[in-house]
Design a binder for this molecule. Structure first.
Ligand SMILES: [Zn+2]
Length: 150
């Protein structure tokens, strides 16, 4: 249920596992998630009040920017785009080879653009309008956090 937040946290560079990629579902899943969080030193984010009570952090906000802002206010994340981790599978990105970068559709300013590659799902990332939009949204989050501190 926090799929969008998972993607955002990965864009921010945080090593993030998604419950939908782990869980068997049902009551078993809560125990498994709580155990994994301890074993792997992770913070468990959840929309489930009962699970939050047992050792997670409740994320009641519906909008992903509100969610990121709440986590930033709690001092858990810094709302800064790092783009060093695959948003789809969490694998650290590496600079793309020329050949990998050439799989991109037309990219303006191609020679100056930094192309990154996910070796696990063979996905290419580059700074472009979608990254600009993401940066704008995160700037908005940073302002939300800043204002609430005053
Ligand atoms: Zn990937």
């Amino acid at each position: 249920m926090l799929g969008t937040l998972v993607r955002y946290l990965r864009f921010l560079g945080y090593d993030t596992r998604s419950a939908t990629e782990i869980g068997p579902g049902g009551a078993e899943e809560d125990n498994l998630l709580l155990r994994l969080a301890v074993e792997e030193g992770r913070i468990l984010l959840t929309r489930d009040r009962e699970l939050a009570r047992r050792g997670g952090i409740l994320v009641p906000e519906d909008d992903v920017l509100d969610q990121v802002a709440a986590l930033a206010r709690a001092g858990l994340v810094e709302p800064v785009l790092r783009l060093d981790r695959c948003s789809r599978c969490n694998t650290p990105l590496r600079p793309a080879t020329r050949k990998e970068a050439d799989t991109a559709p037309f990219v303006a300013g191609r020679d100056e653009t930094r192309f990154l590659w996910c070796p696990a799902c063979r996905r290419l990332y580059w700074s472009g309008s979608h990254v600009d939009r993401l940066t704008e949204r995160l700037d908005r989050v940073a302002r939300m956090v800043h204002h609430s501190r005053r």
